[in-house]
Design a protein around this ligand. Structure first.
Ligand SMILES: Cc1cc2nc3c(=O)[nH]c(=O)nc-3n(C[C@H](O)[C@H](O)[C@H](O)COP(=O)(O)O)c2cc1C
Length: 400
């Protein structure tokens, strides 16, 4: 337990050994599941923690009060790393009322599977009186990073409980930013967290910043990683979030072509498609990336920053090849929604690669151009001319 301000205690749990979070995130610096107790005349617990750490969590709470004294459990969002311990905890907090957003109240029914589940739903700007002049105010923060997310603000002590916003998978035992032992590693963790968690929700990040930018804040109590302060890293982190969340604007149209090719058949088509695009948009940058020759992180970035792109794969064993799927597994479906994409590839006898890629990209709601372009084995002159023509058509469609 660490005291943060007059009435706020950090009672969360450290997990220094975690190396992968939610399957998809590397966590080289561990993490912490932060939770805070606000002790007014009434006691409010903000967030719970991962169920695995329930015993340690309980010990931390007990250093401040008997769980039976808790009046409210406030869930700023319901991801299981914050709600996992809720159900077990409720058994020890008989009078505690769960406070959450409307969306969270729906999710919690299926997360706790409690037949008699009840929650007090709060809306934007609602307040909760903790007695003695202390109150909590709730700030809607949808898609930061789940639909149910909100912030909780304690004006009296200028504390913002920001949920995952401004968080990081970085295990800092002293919990406050000015004590961070390895600042450079924290920066890596902060950026990695932003990219993975908030990268898909950039417009919402800017809205979230707008909502809190004029609040007097002495402590930003995040749900993971260190608490941020105005004299510590908060001004810097706020500026970084603002910069990272800006929409991408390219000086020239960026239309990368990603492909794999065992015998250069798909590659020849890629080159001709490029020729077609450049005939219509000579100012465009149309780099060819043979996926296996490049770093996957770089390719993901190029795809994410593109105005449109193409993907080409041969059919091997009735499918597109694994590097293609790896690249596409990182397509940020939110920011790339409606992005134009053309799919192509060479095949021998069954030709599943092109329709399989189209099906995947359509599910992600990208704007797939036509039915794609399939070439049987080695492209002949006619195929290559068709590829140039298709490249031109694709480029023309981008001008509209
Ligand atoms: C190991 C292997 C498996 C293949 N499996 C299929 C297949 O299931 N269906 C198909 O239509 N073509 C299949 N092919 C044929 C390739 O799609 C064809 O040779 C194509 O022209 C290769 O294009 P590339 O030079 O761009 O790699 C296979 C080729 C190889 C080498």
């Amino acid at each position: 337990m660490i005291k943060i301000s007059d009435s706020v205690y950090s009672v969360g749990v450290l997990n220094p050994n975690l190396r992968v979070f939610d399957i998809v995130m590397r966590t080289d610096f561990g993490t912490s599941y932060n939770s805070y107790l606000v002790c007014g005349e009434k006691k409010a617990l903000i967030e719970t923690c991962h169920d695995t750490f329930f015993e340690a969590y309980l010990e931390n709470i007990r250093e401040v009060c008997d769980p039976a004294e808790i009046d409210y459990i406030i869930l700023n969002h319901t991801e299981p790393d914050h709600s996992g311990a809720l159900y077990r905890l409720l058994e020890l907090c008989p009078k505690a009322e769960i406070v959450c957003s409307q969306a969270a109240s729906i999710y919690l029914k299926n997360i706790t599977n409690a037949k008699d589940f009840q929650a007090k739903v709060v809306r934007d700007n609602d307040t909760l009186d903790l007695g003695g002049g202390r109150e909590l105010r709730f700030i809607n923060a949808p898609f930061l990073h789940w639909p149910d997310s909100m912030f909780t603000y304690l004006p009296d002590e200028r504390v913002l409980f920001s949920c995952d916003f401004f968080g990081s998978h970085y295990c800092e035992p002293r919990m406050i930013d000015v004590h961070i032992t390895y600042p450079a590693k924290y920066q890596v963790a902060l950026k990695g967290y932003f990219d993975a968690i908030f990268g898909p929700f950039r417009p919402y990040v800017l809205k979230g910043i707008e909502k809190i930018k004029d609040l007097p804040i002495d402590y930003v109590c995040t749900s993971h990683g260190p608490v941020l302060t105005p004299g510590g890293l908060f001004p810097q982190v706020l500026a970084q979030y603002t910069e990272w969340a800006q929409p991408v604007k390219n000086d020239k149209p960026q239309i990368p072509i990603f492909y794999c090719s065992a015998y250069e058949n798909t590659q020849r088509v890629a080159e001709k498609l490029r020729e077609g695009v450049l005939a219509v948009l000579p100012e465009a940058e149309v780099p060819l990336y043979n996926i296996i020759d490049h770093d996957m992180g770089l390719l993901q970035e190029k795809l994410g920053c593109s105005d449109a792109f193409m993907v080409g794969s041969p059919t091997i064993n009735r499918d597109a090849v694994p590097p293609i799927w790896e690249l596409l597994s990182h397509v940020d479906a939110i920011n790339n929604q409606k992005k134009p994409v053309l799919v192509f590839g060479s095949f021998g006898w069954s030709g599943e690669a092109v329709p399989a890629i189209i099906s995947r990209l359509s599910l992600l709601k990208l704007a797939v151009f036509g039915e794609g372009f399939k070439v049987n084995f080695v492209p002949d002159e006619q195929d290559l001319e068709k590829a140039v023509a298709l490249g031109r058509e694709f480029a023309e469609s981008l001008k509209k």
